[in-house]
Design a protein around this ligand. Structure first.
Ligand code: ATP
Ligand code: MG
Length: 414
């Protein structure tokens, strides 16, 4: 074959694309009553938006970004995630002057140069939300509640909600120090990336997917033992509200997430069907990020759902039930074909799906095709029907047949 899609980048074909549309429209329906409105940011940004936003020593910035110079020599990056661009847009457009909280969602492609494997692509898609201007832990629980509601509505269960608090500017440095001290004693067992970066960004070791680092992580001091009183109160309150809303969750003190901008609450939603260390959704609070982008001191919290992983879960659980073509037209003879052609136009105009067949093939082969298309009805137009001003129909599910007046076709479909 001459042309192939780029490695790690895939076509989304029917019927899968139908599932994607369902997922997207469910997201819109679920987010709206919580007060979220859509925001669409560009797929590329100046590289600094991500290096500053996500953090220089994160996996994403160190090795996963699609970065290139444009013709004027400016460094551009295809967005690897959605939070930094939305924060950039929030600050640039002074959206903080609107009443708080401001709530946005986005749906779209993201790009990361990762090793392609199951559930991991170089172009993938996220449905994400960002909430600006509320620091109360009830907002954290509300965001998780919305996520629970979304998964319920798309029909995915058996998910694990894991939450953690990674502290703030006050308590994290103390934990960081303790972690560095611990890691210094383990340095020989760290992977080469972690050996290099553990002093600059020791939390990355906890997020490292290399097996050896995973072992070390189990013995490492936990951040939850180091939280300051403000962070502890926030985390305790969050857990209380999650219990109140009956959202089953587990505290995972090792979960730190791969992006530097998080403060306090972090969370991941995982499924045993996705394999180890794969989340279908993840997020957290980022109370300093808006300031980092030159905006006012406004707290934020959000999450992103991985659409490829979600679609795989739904497909395994329920399959895909794409709406089937409703009516397959089998007209025999020139005049009948003409009458059918015209009726098809009227029916389609009214929203009924009609499949026409210009092959002139035999009735038998057309029925075979109708079967393959999983049509609900076959409409048969012959000379007899034409002279009577009717069509004959056959329902393929049970073989029921009948004849209806052409003028009554629309009533037939209610
Ligand atoms: P992982 O730990 O699997 O690498 P991550 O922490 O890098 O994920 P986030 O940046 O939090 O992921 O993105 C949120 C969600 O987006 C993930 O939970 C996942 O469902 C999805 N996702 C992230 N990277 C990819 C990818 N390369 N291919 C497909 N989905 C992805
Ligand atoms: Mg990753």
């Amino acid at each position: 074959m001459k042309y192939r899609a780029i490695k790690g980048v895939q076509d989304i074909l029917p019927p899968d694309v139908y599932l994607w549309q369902e997922v997207e429209s469910t997201a819109r329906q679920v987010f709206a009553p919580f007060g979220y409105r859509e925001i669409r940011t560009p797929v590329m940004e100046f590289t600094e938006v991500f290096t500053r936003g996500i953090g220089e020593t994160t996996d994403i910035v160190e090795k996963e970004m699609y970065t290139f110079n444009d013709r004027a020599g400016r460094s551009m990056t295809l967005r690897p995630e959605g939070t930094a661009p939305v924060v950039r847009a929030y600050v640039e457009n002074h959206l903080y002057s609107l009443p708080s909280p401001q709530k946005y969602y986005y749906i779209g492609p993201m790009f990361r140069y990762e090793r392609p494997q199951k559930g991991r692509f170089r172009q993938f898609h996220q449905i994400g939300v960002e909430t600006f201007g509320e620091e109360d832990p009830r907002m954290d629980a509300e965001v998780l509640d919305m996520l629970r509601c979304f998964f319920e509505r798309v029909g995915v269960d058996n998910l694990r909600f894991e939450v953690n608090s990674i502290g703030c500017d006050e308590c994290r440095p103390i934990y960081r120090r303790a972690l560095i001290d611990f890691l210094t004693g383990q340095i020989d067992s760290l992977c080469s990336d972690c050996k290099r970066r553990y002093e600059v960004n020791p939390l990355r070791v906890l997020d490292c997917k290399v097996k050896g680092c995973g072992e070390i992580k189990k013995k490492a001091p936990g951040i939850t033992d180091y939280l300051c009183s403000g962070c502890r109160e926030h985390f305790d309150a969050l857990r209380g509200y999650l219990e109140l809303l009956k959202i089953p969750f587990r505290v995972n003190p090792e979960m730190v997430r791969g992006l530097d901008y998080y403060t306090r609450t972090t969370f991941e939603v995982t499924s045993e069907f996705l394999g180890a260390r794969s989340a279908v959704a993840a997020g957290g609070r980022y109370d300093k990020l808006i300031e980092e982008f030159g905006g006012p001191a406004v707290p934020g919290i959000g999450f992103a759902i991985g659409v490829e992983r979600l679609a795989a879960l739904i497909k395994d659980r329920h399959g895909i039930r794409e709406p089937v073509p409703t009516v397959y037209f089998a007209a025999i003879g020139d005049e009948a074909e003409k009458a059918a052609y015209k009726l098809a136009s009227e029916m389609r105009t009214k929203g009924i799906r009609v499949e026409l067949d210009y092959s002139g093939a035999s009735l038998k082969s057309r029925f075979r095709k109708a079967d393959r298309l999983k049509a609900t009805y076959v409409f048969i137009f012959g000379e007899d029907e034409l002279s009577r001003g009717t069509v004959r129909y056959k329902r393929l599910s049970d073989g029921e047949q009948g004849e209806i007046n052409k003028d009554d076709v629309m009533q037939f479909f209610g």
